[in-house]
Design a protein around this ligand. Structure first.
Ligand code: AMP
Ligand code: GLY
Length: 443
């Protein structure tokens, strides 16, 4: 179907937005793509222009859209959604892919999400919503600290969750949450204490125009910095898709489909329709016989999940740009994507990440061609003819192939001394271990 929109704006600057822009840039009837602010990767693409505006400066973005005859806006991260960007643009008649501020509360408030799931009968961990330190201490008083997790209610840049080992650690975290001194002050007004569950984690993505839903094949993220899931939590050290059937069975898949459908219809029925992509973070909980349980919602594509899901979609003959634009128009087509290609992405993180990432290291090897590889920029900066590190998560090296082993081999072949590298580079060698043949790590 031809899409009249020819001028598209992508809001955001990470690997996820590089992938969104890449999908738009090779679509024949799109003539111009703006990225606010974009990154050194988006700047490489012919029809793309980076625009140096803040992603949360709503009036400036609305003015830009009018001045440059932008017809469709795709919003990547959550911050602009919560700043009301999608609402402000829709009020001006602009077609937007991205949840309204009210619907994005599924991500911005853990208490809102928990209450929504309770009303809709969506499986979630047992939970207690508490509004003061005293209330919280009362809940944990008689409990083993390894049986619960603490979640600051609001947004804490992915760092609002604590899995305490000791009661002392739990009390300390709660104190920091309620005083507002820690966790980006996201726990000041409330904390959700959740039952701790065990089992594989699955990232599911539901694309919806408010009524219709497409559930993408699943992905898995790798949050810890080091191999074997050791080291501190990060924004995501790698991801892969699709998952082997021994991780998610047909029955579990059917249950996740039901959860996605109920999430979207539930929001519509509550007068808060969800339009955009809903990220459903699940645990296949051993405590519930492997049943999928929702541990979080996000109002956006995952990063780095987007870097594997969108290439896998287009490798499976789905026109991703049109799919997203049609969603924005409220005319989501009824497709049931299944992936023919495996895609795996490895994060190259800066020295010192995640605590104190160093900036300004020279990235080498970007000029070479790597077979079956996409290089997604995330924290990079172009200075004259060189590309420098400019953030914690610097690049995602994304490989694809008919099997996960081949996808991994392609990605890892593009990383190292004779390929892409920079001083102090950190990366995991075991991304996708869940679905790879053991001992095939290429380093
Ligand atoms: P979130 O910020 O909600 O994605 O949580 C970060 C990580 O904490 C998740 O990826 C899980 O590994 C872990 N987590 C969150 N909630 C739970 C839970 N109820 N039980 C066990 N682990 C959890
Ligand atoms: N991949 C985790 C996130 O986007 O939050």
């Amino acid at each position: 179907m031809p899409v009249e929109d020819t001028v598209v704006l992508v809001v955001g600057s990470g690997g996820r937005e590089h992938e969104l822009v890449r999908q738009l840039a090779w679509t024949a009837d799109i003539q111009k793509v703006y990225a606010i602010p974009g990154n050194a990767g988006t700047a490489l693409l012919d029809i793309v222009e980076n625009v140096d505006l803040s992603v949360t400066d709503v009036p400036a973005i609305v003015a830009f859209v009018h001045e440059h005859a932008v017809t469709t806006v795709l919003i990547g991260p959550e911050a602009p959604l919560l700043a009301g960007l999608s609402d402000a643009l829709r009020a001006e008649g602009i077609v937007v892919f991205g949840a309204s501020k009210a619907a994005a509360m599924l991500e911005a408030s853990k208490a809102f999400a928990a209450g929504f799931m309770r009303r809709q009968g969506i499986p979630q961990p047992q939970y207690w919503t508490v509004h003061s330190l005293e209330e919280a201490l009362e809940v944990i008083k008689e409990r083993d600290p390894t049986t619960y997790v603490l979640k600051a209610d609001g947004l804490a840049a992915g760092k609002g969750v604590v899995l305490p080992q000791t009661t002392y650690e739990a009390e300390e975290a709660l104190q920091l949450m309620f005083s507002g001194e820690g966790f980006d002050a996201a726990g000041k007004d409330g904390v959700v204490i959740q039952e701790r569950l065990h089992g594989p984690e699955v990232s599911a993505f539901a694309i919806s125009d408010g009524t219709n839903v497409i559930l993408l094949p699943f992905a898995q993220d790798h949050k810890r910095l080091l191999d074997n899931n050791e080291g501190p939590n990060t924004g995501g050290m790698g991801a892969y898709t699709p998952l082997p059937s021994y991780i998610v069975s047909e029955d579990q898949t059917a249950r996740i489909h039901a959860i996605a459908a109920q999430s979207i219809t539930g929001m519509a029925n509550e007068g808060n329709p969800y339009q955009g992509v809903l990220y459903i973070g699940l645990i296949l909980a051993e405590e519930r016989g492997g049943a999928p349980v929702v541990i979080e919602y996000n109002a956006r594509f995952g990063d780095p999940e987007a870097e594997v899901l969108l290439p896998a979609l287009s490798e499976s003959d789905v026109d991703v740009a049109h799919l997203l634009i049609q969603t924005a128009h409220g005319t989501l087509p009824a497709i049931h994507p299944s992936f023919k290609t495996s895609v795996l992405t490895v994060c190259l993180a800066a020295s010192g990440y995640p605590q104190t990432p160093r900036k300004g290291d020279l990235i080498e090897g970007l000029e070479n061609t790597y077979e079956n590889v996409i290089i997604h920029h995330a924290g990079t900066k172009k200075v004259d003819d060189t590309t420098l590190t400019n953030g914690g998560r610097v690049l995602y090296v994304t490989g694809f192939g008919p099997t996960l082993d081949e996808a991994a081999a392609h990605a890892y072949a593009a990383i190292g001394e004779n390929a892409i590298h920079f001083e102090g580079m950190q990366y995991r060698t075991d991304i996708g271990y869940q679905g790879r043949t053991p001992n095939t790590t290429v380093v």
